[in-house]
Every structure is written in structure tokens, then in C-alpha cells.
Design a protein. Structure first.
Lengths: 314, 295
């Protein structure tokens, strides 16, 4: 899921209006010849790998498709089964828990980091360093932390023990999900911070200068200038990272190479398991449908909130 | 900024926090490299030391398939055949092909949506944008069924098929950029008799180097990190990419304890190309975040 942030060039409103009519008509004839050529590759890709599977996904969710035989229509039976499937509800609950821990910690730390950078330094090296965990595959991230938190030999657990604290474990029902969430917070905080930082660069410097003249401290400036003017970017980044966060899969798949414990069987993993371990393609599609609806609702609500909070700069 | 003692102390604390952030970010990578250079036998005795006492390259030799099965087992591996050089190559080809082809085709479509006038243009563009709302897992299941029905499992074509022609986001992003380019230059070219293709290829593309590189880079990173699709479609040796190889390697580990030194050597190989990319294109990459937010 994606979005454009910051200095978005152009806007839909400017689309091809205001051309002289005579030339426009001649151009239009010409364009009709060229348009198919320009559009064809993308349109073919879109039709085969976006539109067709979307339609087919809805159809699968109404069948008993198993990847092997032809699908048979079974009406709403997948959805009825889903309503009474404790594992499905558990996976939703677990995913929501993950998303809350991940998004809250990631957003708070990233905001703090961005504010620090904004007020202290323009160093590209620093920013590039903070970006590294985002550039690395989630698989690698999961492996790194599985090793750092290994029960016997993990360095971080070694450290925690020598500080007299109990170690973290991906296999404790209480600590497993927060641990996974914090691993991904580690991976995505630098990236999120850079997005916030880019937004902060657009806030006019003179606002901070006159606030300083008035004797305002840094904390006060952050609350009175940075936060309110960053609001639209903050909201947009939240929408995008929330939707991304719901799709956690790789990290869990790697940390639990055989099968996750119930406390960490997130919805993506449950869909994967239903489809490719049990060959319940129809049932998996029904769960995916529910995920589409949940994400759609979340996006809708968040975009409403976003619209209600335009920056005072605009 | 006021230079009161309080403000100075505050700046000191702020710098300390930034340094902590850098250490927390970088340390796991340091530990990865440190582990990859440690003999497996030393892992227990050396668990807490910051430096390997008997540094070795045996783990890299093992994951690159340069040792015998016996030596691999002796060094803590499973003895199964692995060749991370091949998987790295697959990953580079996978990300390279997708990034270049997708950027090119999406630039063409973006240009058509921004500049050409044809019936149904805005409706079609609306449908493209609406597809941004569909989570990937939903189309992934039928796409897998499709690739399987076409007998393209474990082929390079099946691997790249869903993303080589377009993503709705890239079309959207490039169209927005093309709209912001002033039309004057192209109109001068029209008067000179240039057709649409040469306007696109000779004028618009060279003027859009920045955004094209941005999209190309973010697509490269996305494909480099991709795991679930290649896991389902390209598990076999000949199409196996790095991320999938790491996952399979972990599952093959000997029963008692994962082969951590080998895994960290493989992980190091998955980080290295990214670091090289960062060294050469770091500034570009960091600045491109002013434009886009992805995932």
C-alpha cells in the first residue's frame, strides 16, 4: 500500500485543460492512435494480475477450491465457517495487538528522532544509517533478531541477564507478540523518521527563530509549531504504515520456521497456512476478503480524520 | 538558538539520544558480521565477547558451496548443498528486471494518462488508483493459481510476471510528476513535427530522470526484500532468491540448534548489496523520501 508524501508535483485538477480547441481536436485524433501503444503493457499487466485475480478471489471465496480440482460453488458457507472459527478470531485479535504495539512505538520514536535531527543536523550519513534496517529484507531482520534473542546464546538476552533482567523470548505467550512487534519497530522506525523529517523541512525556519526570540524552549516549539504543522504528513504516514503493519508475514514466518505459536499466528500467516498447507484456497480467499473489508474501513476512517486535520500551513 | 546553560545541556542530551539511535540501529548488523566470522564451536564459549577470538571465513565458504559436506557438518551445518552466490545472482536479476521493466512500462502509461487525450482515460486511471486499496494477499492467492495453471511454477517468467509490467502506484506516481512538467518544450517539438513517441522518449524521459530513479530504486528495494511470492512460486534451486534461500536454510538446520554462523554469513550476503547501493546512491535514496512513502 502506497501514498505520495510531501512535495507531490502537480495535481489531478490540472489535467489537460486549457488547450486551444482547434489544435486539441487535431491532437486528439493523433492521440487515439498512440494511446493504445503507450497503455498496452501496463493495461495487460493490470488486467491479468490485478483485475482478473480480484474477481477470481471473490469467486474463490464462494467455493470449496483446493488448488487441485475445479472449484464448486458453496455459497456463503466459507463465511459461515469463518464466523465460528476461533483460530480466525484469534488471528485477528493477535494481528490487532501487533499493529497497536508496532504503530504506537514506531510513530512515537520516529517523531522524536525526526525532531532531534530537524533541530540538530542535516547529516546525510546519519539519515542513510537510520535507513539501513528498512533496506534489508524482513527475512534478514527476523533472522538477526531470532539470533540476538536466542534462548541460550543470544547476545541481547545475554545482556539482559547480566543486567539482572529476565530474557525476552519469542516462545513466551506473553512476550512473543510484543517482541515481534518491537523487531519490526526496529526495522521501520528509521524510515518513518525520515518521512517525518522530510515533512518538518517544509516548515518555515523563521517560525522557530521568532519563537526562540520570544523565549520559547525546544519542547514548547515542538508542541506549538512542529506537531500542528506536521499533522497532514503525520496522518498520511499513519494510514500507510497502519495498512502495511496489518500485512506482517515475513518476520513471523522466519522467527517461527515451522509454525508460529498461537500468540503470534497473525492473519496473513493464517491465510497462508489455510491456502498452502491445508489447500483450503476457498476458505483462505474468504479470510482475505475480510481483510480487504477491514483495511478498507480503516483507510476510510483515517482519510476522514486526515481531511479533518489539514495543516495550518496550507 | 539561545545559548543558556540549560539549552546547552539539552543539546547534549539530544545528541546522546541520536547516538543511541545509531548504535541501536547498527549494532545488530555488527553482531551479524561478528557471528559470521566466528567458528560454530566458539559460539558458546564466546557468547558475550564483542570480537571473535578465532576469526574465520569458513562460514562464508560453507554458504557459498565451496566446502565438502563433511567439512560443512563439522562446522555446524547440515551438509545440504547450498550456493548463496547463485541465490544472490537470482535476487539481483529478479530485482533488476522488475525495476527496469516496470519503471519503463509505468512511465509509458503515466505519460499517456498525463498527456494523451483518448476516450475513457480518466475512468481508466480511476480504476488503476482504486487498485491501490486491494491488499496484495488478496490477489496473491488467485495469481498463484494462475501461474500454477500456466505451468509457470519455478520459472523465471512466473516469478516476475505479476510485477514486471506495472504496479498501480508507479503509474500513479509518474503520471503526477509528468503533469507537473511545463508543456512548452513538448509543444515546440510538436511544431517541429515530432510524434508522441519521440516527445516521450527524447523530451519527457530525460527531463524526468529524478522521479524515474526514485521509482526504480524503491522498486529494486521492494523486489530485493520480496519473500512470500518467490517462496510460493520460485522455491526450486534454479529460481531461488536470497530471502527464500535464507528461509529454507533455517528450516534445514540440524535438529538441536540452528546453524547460526552459517545463517549470519548468508544474512551478511543479503545486506552487502544493499550497503553498496547505499554508498553509491545514498544521497539520492535519502532525498527521494521527500517525494514518496512506500509500505
Amino acid at each position: 500500500m502506497t501514498a505520495v508524501i510531501g512535495r507531490t508535483p502537480g495535481s489531478a485538477a490540472k489535467t489537460g485543460r486549457g488547450d486551444p480547441p482547434a489544435k486539441a481536436r487535431a491532437g486528439m485524433r493523433d492521440d487515439r492512435r498512440w494511446a493504445p501503444l503507450f497503455i498496452a503493457p501496463a493495461l495487460i499487466g493490470f488486467a491479468i494480475f490485478y483485475v482478473y485475480p480480484t474477481v477470481r478471489g471473490v469467486w474463490f471465496s464462494l467455493t470449496d477450491y483446493s488448488l487441485l480440482g475445479a472449484p464448486d460453488y458453496t455459497g456463503a458457507s466459507n463465511y459461515r465457517q469463518l464466523a465460528h472459527d476461533p483460530q480466525f478470531w484469534n488471528s485477528l485479535k493477535v494481528t490487532a495487538y501487533y499493529v497497536v504495539v508496532n504503530i504506537v512505538s514506531q510513530t512515537v520514536i520516529a517523531l522524536g528522532l525526526a525532531a532531534l535531527m530537524h533541530r540538530l543536523t542535516r547529516s546525510v550519513v546519519l539519515r542513510a544509517t537510520l535507513l539501513v534496517p528498512w533496506l534489508v529484507p524482513n527475512v534478514t531482520v527476523g533472522l538477526l533478531w531470532a539470533w540476538l534473542l536466542d534462548a541460550n546464546l543470544g547476545f541481547v538476552n545475554h545482556l539482559l541477564h547480566s543486567l539482572g533482567l529476565g530474557g525476552l523470548s519469542f516462545y513466551s505467550p506473553t512476550w512473543a507478540m510484543p517482541s515481534v512487534a518491537l523487531v519490526n519497530t526496529w526495522a521501520y522506525t528509521g524510515y518513518t523518521a525520515l518521512l517525518f523529517y522530510a515533512g518538518m523541512l517544509q516548515i518555515p525556519q523563521h517560525l522557530y527563530e521568532s519563537a526562540a526570540v520570544d523565549g520559547a524552549g525546544e519542547v514548547r516549539m515542538f508542541r506549538r509549531i512542529t506537531l500542528p504543522l506536521l499533522r497532514p504528513i503525520l496522518a498520511l504516514v499513519l494510514v500507510v504504515s497502519l495498512i502495511g503493519s496489518f500485512q506482517i508475514f515475513d518476520t513471523v514466518a522466519v522467527i517461527y520456521p515451522h509454525s508460529p505459536i498461537p500468540a503470534t499466528r497473525v492473519i496473513y500467516y493464517y491465510i497462508y497456512q489455510q491456502a498452502f498447507s491445508y489447500f483450503h484456497m476457498g476458505y483462505a480467499s474468504a479470510i482475505a476478503m475480510v481483510l480487504v473489508v477491514v483495511l478498507g474501513l480503516l483507510t476510510f476512517v483515517q482519510l476522514r480524520l486526515l481531511r479533518a486535520s489539514r495543516s495550518d500551513l496550507a | 538558538m539561545l545559548k543558556t546553560p540549560g539549552a546547552k545541556a539539552g543539546r547534549g542530551v539530544a545528541w546522546v539520544l541520536l547516538v543511541v539511535a545509531v548504535v541501536v540501529t547498527a549494532f545488530p548488523f555488527y553482531w551479524m558480521v561478528r557471528t559470521s566470522l566466528t567458528p560454530s564451536a566458539d559460539l558458546f564459549s564466546d557468547a558475550g565477547s564483542l570480537w571473535p577470538h578465532h576469526p574465520t571465513l569458513i562460514n562464508f565458504a560453507r554458504v557459498l558451496g565451496l566446502t565438502s559436506a563433511q567439512r560443512d557438518r563439522a562446522a555446524g551445518g547440515s551438509g545440504a548443498h547450498i550456493n548463496f552466490l547463485w541465490y544472490t545472482l537470482n535476487s539481483i536479476i529478479y530485482s533488476g528486471v522488475i525495476a527496469i521493466a516496470q519503471t519503463f512500462f509505468c512511465a509509458m502509461a503515466g505519460y499517456a494518462f498525463a498527456r494523451l487525450r483518448f476516450p475513457g482515460r480518466d475512468a481508466l486511471f480511476g480504476v488503476f488508483v482504486a487498485a491501490l486499496m486491494v491488499p496484495p494477499i488478496f490477489t496473491l492467492l488467485p495469481n498463484f493459481a494462475l501461474v500454477k495453471d500456466l505451468s509457470l511454477l519455478n520459472t523465471f517468467a512466473g516469478l516476475v510476471a505479476p510485477s514486471v509490467l506495472m504496479t498501480p502506484f508507479a503509474v500513479f506516481f509518474l503520471r503526477q510528476f509528468f503533469l507537473s512538467i511545463p508543456r512548452d518544450v513538448e509543444e515546440a517539438a510538436i511544431l517541429d513535427g515530432a510524434n508522441r513517441w519521440s516527445q516521450f522518449w527524447r523530451i519527457v524521459i530525460p527531463m524526468s530522470r529524478g522521479p524515474l530513479i526514485t521509482i526504480g530504486l524503491t522498486t529494486t528495494v521492494w523486489a530485493w526484500k520480496d519473500f512470500l511470492w518467490p517462496l510460493l512460486v520460485g522455491r526450486a534451486e534454479n529460481t531461488r532468491v536470497l530471502t527464500v534461500a535464507l528461509g529454507i536454510f533455517l528450516q534445514q538446520s540440524p535438529n538441536t540448534q540452528p546453524d547460526w554462523t552459517g545463517l549470519m554469513a548468508g544474512s551478511t550476503l543479503s545486506v552487502l548489496p544493499v550497503l553498496i547501493l547505499l554508498i553509491f546512491l545514498g544521497k539520492r535514496l535519502v532525498q527521494s523520501l521527500n517525494f514518496t512513502g512506500i509500505k
